[in-house]
Ligand binder design. Structure first.
Ligand code: ATP
Ligand code: MG
Length: 231
């Protein structure tokens, strides 16, 4: 089971004067259980690439395979793929809008049309996976939380969908060092105790070197290097 990118090209605004080749012949493979970092400078194509992984965007050329399903080939499978490949956007706290933490986390599973008992169970599990005491956090307003705590709630919201692959786009952007630590520690534990495959997008090798077992370096839309953090 894996996510594979085969000969991916992605062009923004094809046919306009502003045409940008954001991804240029990208090939990579993410195996189940991996904890992989995707790093690169601003504009190197990281966010574009991960949006192809869950079918939010379609590549201009090449294909993405999620567990051997070609993303986008069968439109009916897109819903499935989006559930399998959970994506936490940069600054996800702006998507918290319910009056309690529990309601925010339950939002995703509610759309999966599960019964209430299953929704409650998943909400509790997801909040515990990101390090909260469920009974203490469930009725708190998301607006009363710290930056790091809000991020963890947003991550729980995606985990409640029970993704096989969890993609985090710059999960520590804009946090202070304490907030950064909090997030990295929780992600590390999460990868250890659940069997979710984690894909961590970051600007900085330094930040993620101690966490991940594999790194892909993007440079101007191309895979510049891949290997272990040491390599
Ligand atoms: P950052 O670290 O700043 O988040 P990134 O590595 O995620 O950068 P992308 O956002 O994937 O990079 O952008 C890759 C390239 O595509 C850049 O040249 C960017 O200017 C361009 N680009 C991104 N989004 C769009 C868009 N909506 N329309 C046109 N060009 C875009
Ligand atoms: Mg980005």
């Amino acid at each position: 089971m894996s996510i594979k990118a085969e000969n991916i090209k992605y062009v923004y605004s094809e046919g306009t004067p502003f045409r940008t080749l954001a991804l240029d012949d990208v090939n990579l493979s993410i195996e189940q259980g991996d904890f992989i970092g995707i790093i690169g400078h601003t504009g190197s194509g990281k966010s574009t690439l991960i949006q192809l992984f869950n079918g939010l965007e379609m590549s201009t050329e090449g294909k993405i395979l999620v567990d051997d399903i070609v993303v986008g080939q069968d439109k009916k499978k897109l819903r499935n793929i989006r559930q399998m490949v959970g994506l936490v956007f940069q600054y996800p706290e702006y998507q918290l809008f319910e009056e309690t933490v529990a309601k925010d986390v339950a939002f995703g599973p509610m759309n999966l049309k599960l019964n209430q008992e299953e929704i409650d169970k998943r909400t509790k599990e997801a909040l515990e996976l990101v390090g909260f005491n469920y009974d203490r956090i469930k009725d708190v307003s998301p607006f009363d939380l710290s930056g790091g705590q809000k991020r963890r709630v947003a991550i729980a919201g995606v985990l409640a969908m029970k993704p096989k692959y969890l993609i985090l786009d710059e999960p520590t952007a804009g946090l202070d060092p304490a907030g950064r630590n909090e997030i990295f520690e929780q992600i590390k534990k999460l990868h250890k105790i659940s069997n979710v495959t984690v894909i961590l997008v970051s600007h900085s090798m330094e930040d993620i070197a101690k966490l991940v077992n594999k790194v892909v370096v993007l440079y101007k839309g191309k895979v510049h290097m891949q290997g272990t953090p040491k390599e």
